[in-house]
Design a protein around this ligand. Structure first.
Ligand code: PLP
Length: 329
């Protein structure tokens, strides 16, 4: 496997903790739950994108890029972390955002401004308007003699996913050291790069647990197709066998609610419960919905009380500040 020979920057504080959440478990009358604290990856207030960026920005530097171009919405954690990582590498950064400039400068958007990112709006609410604009912005930069490196939405490229192959290895080491038997791993799914990396990692390292992805954005079929493509291409980069269908993650999208970024009452309940039992902040867009999903799977008995669960906390807390009105009705 080529995992250790790929160009990589050290941006994240690793390993992230694997912590018991006994008061949450007790409150749910549920199975033993551990949080894998990827909200604590350190750089730029942390989150799952930092693991991907270690590989993506190393590639950008190798290609002699001088400006990073990426896109998403104003409350994107991916944008905040990409801008922070770019700054740490001495690079300029252009962020393309769908829609219009928000009325309020809060949460991730505030942090993007502090990082001095150049921010461009597509003035089109359609999220995929970003994808077209990324190419145009990069073309324009090239005409002006710059060397742009494009990172697609969510950092969801095969190379980015490699960060989560490595996370599985890290978790295996912790699992053995802490003598815990893990039956399930649950995470939020957006652009699908994280889950793709976890799946390939689970295959490479023979991880014995069932992977669950809770979609907060895309329909189930689209997620599965993306996960399959990303994981297969990541396997090529790493020179390992393609991921095994028998270990395919279970993908659920019934916790998405009305749409991406629209908070559900169940997610608000989950955010409050985790804050009040464990002093840990989930977020309204990703981890709140993923935890609402985990709570429902436990309630339905799809995850048994005698089993053990790892919840991958992928970060996102800065967007809490931009959602005050829906969090405290
Ligand atoms: C981006 C993100 C995710 C989803 O990860 P993907 O790799 O895009 O599927 C989950 N949680 C948070 C907080 C995120 O910012």
């Amino acid at each position: 496997m080529r995992l250790t020979s790929l160009p990589r920057l050290s941006l994240a504080q690793l390993p992230t903790p694997l912590d018991d959440v006994p008061r949450l478990t007790q409150q749910l009358n549920g199975p033993r739950i551990l949080f894998k604290r990827d909200d604590l990856t350190g750089m730029g207030l942390g989150g799952n994108k930092v693991r991907k960026l270690e590989f993506l920005l190393a590639d950008a530097l190798q290609q002699r890029a001088d400006v990073i171009v990426t896109g998403a919405g104003p409350q994107s954690n991916h944008l905040r972390l990409t801008a922070a990582a770019a700054r740490k590498c001495g690079l300029d950064v252009v962020l393309v955002m769908f829609g219009n400039r928000p009325r309020e400068t809060q949460g991730n958007f505030l942090l993007d401004e502090l990082l001095g990112a150049e921010i461009i709006f597509t003035n089109d609410a359609d999220r995929s308007s970003v994808d077209r604009a990324l190419q145009e912005v990069a073309e324009d930069l090239r005409r002006r003699g710059r060397c742009p490196y494009i990172i697609p939405r969510g950092g969801a490229t095969p190379l980015g996913s490699v960060g989560y192959v490595e996370c599985v290895q890290e978790l295996e080491t912790q699992r053995v050291a802490q003598r815990v038997q893990v039956d399930h791993l649950v995470c939020a799914v957006g652009s699908c790069g994280t889950l793709a990396g976890l799946w390939l990692g689970a295959c490479c390292f023979n991880a014995p647990y069932q992977l669950w992805g809770i979609s907060v954005s895309r329909p189930r079929g689209e997620c599965l197709a993306r996960v399959q493509q990303l994981a297969t291409d990541a396997a090529q980069i790493l020179d390992v066998k393609p991921p095994r269908a028998s270990m395919l993650p279970i993908l659920r999208n019934e916790y998405l609610g009305t749409g991406y970024g629209i908070v559900t009452p169940e997610a608000v309940d989950a955010i409050r419960l985790v804050a009040r039992t464990e002093g840990i902040f989930l977020d309204p867009v990703y981890t709140g919905k993923a935890m609402a999903g985990l709570m429902d799977l436990i309630r339905r008995g799809e995850i048994g009380k005698d089993e053990m669960v790892v919840f991958l906390h992928t970060g996102g807390a800065p967007s809490l500040f931009a959602h005050a009105s829906v969090l405290l009705p």
